[in-house]
Design a protein around this ligand. Structure first.
Ligand code: SF4
Ligand code: SF4
Length: 216
């Protein structure tokens, strides 16, 4: 019977020839100098491109060159237009929140990460008796799953996810709890804090009013 050790012990393999250990390889210095040469070539090339503003757009150019590194954070890959960014609360012309504190968004939110405290506009305000406003409006962005249900549920286009931004990496959980003022300070991709969907404001001539007899 054949010796199993001579037969490879049942292991099937292929012999690979080891790299020849020439004097140059074993001395290390020529190989180290070669590596340093490649490093310096890239260093000077990158510095020249940076100084002369010749850097490639990593998303659109030099794709045929193989690996194309994005120099983050100086270069960022743009998000697709349908990306749901951080929430923002839209504002009216007078700077007040578009939100009428109806609680539709917080009811629709599967993660239960929206907290709203509604309040009445003071007597004498044209919106008194028609609409409420959010005294407090808080979103826990760490608990949010970015499903967009809140945006879909809102009847006033008061909450949007079109900032194109994502939360910055804070180092404590409470920093991810975004307040009303912060949410109202964000801009959409178009640079506006308002909504494109105008509404008839209470007090406007075009508003139907309490009788609902006016046409608009
Ligand atoms: S995106 Fe979804 S999870 Fe996040 S606040 Fe809106 S409804 Fe809630
Ligand atoms: S953001 Fe929209 S859905 Fe949410 S409470 Fe305000 S008006 Fe209602």
């Amino acid at each position: 019977m054949a010796d199993p050790k001579q037969q490879g012990g049942g292991i099937v393999g292929k012999k690979v020839r080891r790299t020849e250990r020439t004097l140059g390889v074993q001395a290390y210095i020529p190989e180290a100098a070669k590596g340093m040469g490649v490093l310096m070539k890239h260093f000077f090339n990158n510095t020249k491109e940076l100084v002369l503003g010749q850097r490639n757009d990593p998303n659109l150019e030099a794709l045929d060159k193989g690996i194309n590194t994005i120099a983050y954070p100086e270069q960022k890959r743009p998000y697709p237009i349908r990306n749901r960014g951080l929430h923002r609360l839209t504002i009216r012309d007078d700077g007040s929140p578009r939100c009428v504190a109806c609680l539709c968004c917080s009811t629709a939110c599967p993660a239960q990460c929206i907290y709203i405290e509604p309040a009445e506009y003071p007597a004498g305000d044209a919106r008194h008796g028609y609409e409420r406003f959010p005294k407090a409006f808080v979103i826990d962005e760490l608990r949010c799953i970015f499903c967009g249900f809140c945006v879909e549920a809102c009847p006033c286009d008061a909450i949007r996810m079109d900032t194109g931004e994502h939360a910055v990496p804070y180092d404590s959980r409470d920093q991810f709890i975004y307040s009303k003022d912060l949410l109202m300070s964000f801009e959409g991709r178009d640079g506006s804090r308002k909504t494109q969907n105008t509404r008839h404001e209470p007090g406007d001539a075009s508003h139907p009013g309490i009788t609902r007899l006016k046409k608009h």
